[in-house]
Design a protein. Structure first.
Lengths: 158, 336, 118
């Protein structure tokens, strides 16, 4: 934010200081507590699902993550479709955005919204409007990290 | 007649002969629901998309205003209207329904007064017998275009505002009974370098103050000339900052007579964060609620300063700040 | 058993708090925040630190979006062990596709079944 100040005139800077006094501060502590509780709760549900899959479906500790993720995104679809997820999001902030349910909600809400433009250009083109950056950066950073690590291990002779 | 730098005085005092306001569910539950002509229970208005519903809001407001004026569509010379949606399609499609010659406007949330100012000017100089002007917005259509899909669980900060689902329309005529449009000041684009699209009130306040001061300066009057000065949608933060800013510039504003449409339309317990916004905000509050109060004798002279934030979803992503504008129109009723 | 749930709750909650701080203190958008968290997950797995976190906190580490980054790196490394450098490219989506596929499939189904509520 400070590099912007160089381009602002004195009048602009003066106004921004004035404005800051009246700008309602975000309730950071309250938001963090709500995010902690809701995020933690979602992960607990995920944990329960994981154990359910391990004991009832022969998944192992390592592989149970997959059906758990899929199930949790299914619930996200229901909550999004019934208009509940946006209320939850306003309350919990990162508590509902950070778990993988948030990723599901980002994709599903975009699909539902753009259905009015048809399935090909509406749903198809817009579905990754919000979540695309996660896929992009996840994939690319994983590529770089894996590449570096592989090269390091190869040349380090491990 | 041009007065000062940017103000028009309308010597022939064009009259607002009728108005119509349409609202959605939030507005029906709001503070001034009695002042709406038509209220809807949901955002769809039996249409297939939010954008089509947006068009219907306009169509209903236009048709109702024409009906209340005892006119026919054919008697309307020009339609001056606008909204927030890309290429102002709802306005254009509604103008298609009415069928009169059409001038589309874009002033973001200041469109209502932009339309009233230009409409009054044309009528004042005999360029039209009747002009239909209006502005509208639709909460879900605007969210979809400017921010996130409506079902997305994003968290809005307390400085964000709630876009009004509503349309306000007015018919201006050369003669008739009703509130008169006496002057208008066209605003210039003011940018104080703010760039948070979730805090538009803070960005727009300087534009409102700039136009108010230009108006008072051009007309050589004090704020006390008006019984009420009302801004379009500065919201809680913008309203307070504008008062601070005016005090700093030495303008003695009476805070009881200085209000904001965005703070009038909803009740305190509705989850609207910093207040209402949208092109439909000033249009519905002014053309319904405030003119009703004028007709009941509560105000004789008001100055409406509609404020707009001229950003696009793309400009924000390109790290641009938010340029804003405000247009002021004075309306008088019931004696000097 | 209780311990597993406790740590899932706490670790998951804490990762969300990191996200909330990025929202409120650093004023980042959800897109920027989540992208950063995914990259963080990938980097942590590069240093071999994410798997122990999963062993410790279970779903508290697999449910947050950071686990995407972790899975992608894991898949790449597994394939790289077998096929050398080229495995880095081919292996990535082997392990993680459930989240993305689920989002796509349920997104489409959601669009078929639901209308937005505004």
């Amino acid at each position: 934010m400070t590099k912007k100040n160089k381009k602002l005139t004195t009048e602009q800077q003066k106004y921004q200081k004035l404005q800051k006094k009246r700008e309602t501060k975000r309730p950071v502590i309250t938001n963090c507590i709500k995010a902690f509780l809701v995020g933690g709760f979602i992960c607990t549900i995920g944990q329960a699902l994981q154990l359910f899959y391990i004991y009832n479906f022969n998944f192992t500790q390592k592989t149970a993550g997959n059906p758990t993720t899929a199930t949790v995104i299914f619930f996200a679809m229901l909550l999004t479709g019934f208009g509940v997820y946006d209320r939850l999001g306003q309350y919990a902030g990162a508590g509902s955005a950070v778990p993988v349910t948030g990723f599901g909600n980002a994709v599903i809400s975009a699909c539902i919204e753009h259905r009015s433009e048809g399935f090909v250009y509406g749903v198809g083109s817009n579905m990754f409007k919000l979540a695309g950056s996660v896929v992009l950066f996840g994939t690319f950073s994983a590529f770089v990290v894996a590449l570096i690590r592989t090269l390091v291990m190869k040349w380090g002779g491990f | 007649m041009l007065e000062g730098q940017s103000t028009w005085i309308f010597e022939n005092k064009p009259v607002i002969i009728s108005t119509a306001t349409v609202g959605g569910p939030f507005e029906a539950n709001g503070n001034i629901s009695d002042d709406f002509d038509i209220l809807h229970e949901d955002l769809w208005l039996e249409q297939e998309s939010y954008e089509k519903a947006h068009k219907v809001l306009f169509e209903e407001a236009f048709t109702k205003a024409i009906e209340k004026a005892n006119l026919t569509k054919e008697q309307i010379q020009f339609i001056l209207a606008g909204d927030l949606i890309n290429q102002i399609t709802p306005s254009s499609f509604a103008a298609r329904t009415v069928g009169s010659p059409y001038l589309g406007l874009f002033g973001a949330c200041s469109t209502s007064m932009e339309g009233l100012a230009i409409g009054a000017y044309i009528t004042n100089y005999g360029g039209a017998d009747y002009i239909l002007t209006g502005a509208a917005s639709h909460n879900a259509a605007v969210e979809k275009q400017f921010r996130y899909p409506t079902e997305y669980g994003g968290q809005k900060p307390p400085t964000a505002q709630w876009t009004v689902t509503g349309a306000g329309a007015a018919i201006i005529g050369k003669i008739g009974n009703g509130p008169q449009v006496t002057s208008a000041t066209i605003g210039r684009v003011v940018d104080m370098g703010l760039s948070d699209p979730f805090n538009m009130g803070g960005a727009m306040a300087p534009a409102a103050v700039d136009t108010i001061m230009a108006h008072l300066r051009d007309r050589h009057i004090n704020p006390s000339y008006y019984d009420l000065i009302v801004t379009g949608d500065l919201g809680q933060i913008g309203h307070e900052v504008s008062i601070d800013l005016m005090k700093e510039k030495g303008l003695n504003i009476n805070e009881t007579n200085y209000q904001d449409c965005g703070l009038m339309i909803y009740r305190k317990d509705q989850p609207v964060l910093a207040g209402a916004s949208g092109a439909g905000c000033s249009a519905t509050v002014v053309y319904g609620h405030l003119l009703n109060r004028m007709k009941q004798g509560e105000f004789k002279k008001i100055l409406v300063v509609a404020t707009g934030a001229l950003l696009s979803p793309l400009s924000f992503q390109q790290k641009e700040s938010i340029p804003c504008i405000a247009h002021a129109v004075s309306i008088e009723y019931g004696g000097e | 058993m209780f311990q597993t749930f406790f740590w899932a709750f706490v670790v998951g909650g804490l990762i969300c708090v990191v996200g909330q701080i990025m929202f409120d203190v650093f004023k980042l958008t959800p897109g920027h925040t989540l992208s950063s968290l995914v990259v963080a997950g990938a980097i942590l797995d590069g240093f071999g630190l994410y798997e122990p976190l999963i062993d410790f906190a279970g779903a508290g580490a697999t449910i947050p979006i950071t686990s995407f980054g972790n899975s992608l790196v894991h898949g790449a490394l597994q394939e790289a062990e077998k096929h050398g450098i080229i495995g880095v490219l081919t292996g990535m989506f082997e392990v993680t596709s459930s989240g993305i596929s689920a989002a796509i499939i349920f997104g489409f189904i959601g669009a078929l079944l639901f209308k937005p509520k505004g």
